[in-house]
Design a protein around this ligand. Structure first.
Ligand SMILES: CC(C)(COP(=O)(O)OP(=O)(O)OC[C@H]1O[C@@H](n2cnc3c(N)ncnc32)[C@H](O)[C@@H]1OP(=O)(O)O)[C@@H](O)C(=O)NCCC(=O)NCCS
Length: 196
């Protein structure tokens, strides 16, 4: 059963909005019918160049971890935000997650949607037993959730990155201690090979 939380929030920029917005939202597992709205939200927020990002190389042809693709929706079903986490290796043999993209529609910006998505994703990832999470993003935003640059100092992404934006967070203390080497996707074939 999909576990949902209802969260109250207020849009601080509400006076700037052209139309009234629903003051409630829910976090839920992403469903197939959310994909179109999610993709258009990501186009709006990041533009078409989002596919050129180095992080995208770790996501292309991959699937997010089951239970770790979440959406925020108004009570009437409009998509406000999205977050997904992907299986990676943070250096050889060190299973981890890649977080991203996290995006919130501009009309809901600074209303707590990003925070609710992040907190729910962290709680779920921890409950699933994952050890650590990496991401590329604004440290000024992600520091508050415990993401720090020091965890990624010796890790290499498969392309150029502003190292100030390459951050990590341990879910299990010490999980990123000594992490070194290439960050790579966990290839889906690994699972199919095991299942076959
Ligand atoms: C960044 C983003 C995910 C935050 O989600 P949100 O729902 O808008 O924001 P939240 O309600 O969770 O948090 C609001 C707080 O974060 C701060 N904040 C928002 N975006 C920030 C950023 N890029 N850098 C630093 N702080 C930021 C706000 O100033 C506010 O701070 P306060 O609580 O001290 O007043 C969302 O605004 C978004 O998708 N933005 C467009 C993409 C983007 O800018 N990404 C940059 C991060 S990679």
């Amino acid at each position: 059963m999909t576990r949902q939380i209802a969260t109250r929030f207020s849009f601080r920029s509400i006076e700037r909005l052209a139309a009234p917005v629903d003051p409630h939202f829910q976090i839920a597992l992403e469903k197939d019918q959310d994909i179109e709205a999610r993709e258009s939200l990501l186009d709006r927020v990041f533009g078409p160049e989002r596919f050129q990002k180095t992080s995208e190389k770790l996501r292309v042809n991959q699937a997010p971890v089951s239970g770790l693709a979440l959406v925020a929706k108004t009570t009437s079903g409009a998509l406000l935000g999205t977050i997904r986490l992907w299986p990676i290796f943070a250096g050889q043999g060190r299973a981890a997650l890649l977080l991203g993209p996290l995006a919130v529609c501009p009309e809901a910006k600074d209303g707590g949607v990003g925070r609710a998505l992040m907190l729910q994703a962290l709680a779920r990832a921890k409950a699933q037993g994952h050890a650590s999470i990496l991401l590329v993003g604004d440290a000024a935003y992600y520091n508050r959730f415990g993401f720090e640059r020091r965890f990624t100092d010796r890790l290499l992404l498969p392309g150029p990155v502003d190292r100030k934006r390459f951050l990590g967070r341990e879910l299990i203390p010490g999980a990123l201690f000594g992490a070194v080497g290439a960050v790579k996707p966990v290839r889906r074939q690994r699972f199919t090979a095991i299942a076959a």
